[in-house]
Structure formats: C-alpha cells, structure tokens
Design a binder for this molecule. Structure first.
Ligand SMILES: [Zn+2]
Length: 126
C-alpha cells in the first residue's frame, strides 16, 4: 500500500479513535452517574430499570473498549508497515473492504474461514 493510502487510513482511524474514546468515557461516566443516583429508596420498578440501563451501558462500554483496542492495533500496523495485509494469509486486503472496515485484520476469504471454524459452540453467551 502506498504512503498516501496509508495516510488516508491513518486519518480515518485516528478520527474513529477520537470518537470512540469519547464514547467510552461518556459511557463510563453514565454508569458512574447511575450508581451515584442509586440511593436505595427507589421502588422496585425504578430499581430494575436502573439495573437494565446500567447493564446496557456496561455492554456498550465493553463494545466501545474493544473497538478502541481494534483501532489502536490498526494504527500500530500502519506504523509497522503490516497494515492492509491479511494477518492469516499475508495477502493484501481489498481496499474497498478497508474503506468499509478500516480495522479489518483479514481479507474476506480468511474472515469467512475463521468464522466458519469457530462453529456454533463458541458463541459468547449473553
Ligand atoms: Zn487471508
């Protein structure tokens, strides 16, 4: 991948990192705020609603944290010179795929193979 393309993806990733970092912070702040307002005298409905909201915030926060980690790693790969190459087979990843998903580590064929090999039993339980 030429330097200009790399710079293009670096800009996209840096911008995404900025946005998602802000969201992680907001999400954590929201969770803390909910804990802080939970004074223990609410009725049961309010309590369970607060629990549900908190659960959603926590999950959003985890997802955002994972995204931030993915973006971080993509930026590291740009620095290392391995960005845009499939981590499994070493072939260049289609640039249209990278445009759609700048954090992609695998080309479409390997992604499909990896997902197929994970199978049914390995899904995260929610
Ligand atoms: Zn591959």
């Amino acid at each position: 991948m030429d330097a200009e393309k790399l710079e293009h993806f670096r800009r996209i990733l840096t911008e995404q990192l900025r946005q998602h970092t802000a969201q992680v912070r907001d999400s954590q702040a929201a969770t803390l705020a909910m804990n802080a307002t939970d004074d223990g005298v609410k009725d049961t409905v309010d309590m369970s609603l607060a629990d549900v909201n908190q659960e959603i915030e926590l999950r959003n926060g985890e997802r955002e944290s994972q995204l931030v980690a993915d973006i971080d790693q993509a930026l590291m790969r740009i620095d290392e010179g391995s960005y845009g190459l499939c981590a499994r087979c070493g072939q260049p990843i289609d640039e249209r795929r990278l445009e759609a998903m700048p954090t992609a580590r695998y080309d479409a064929a390997c992604q499909t193979a990896i997902e197929a090999s994970r199978g049914e039993g390995d899904r995260p339980t929610l």
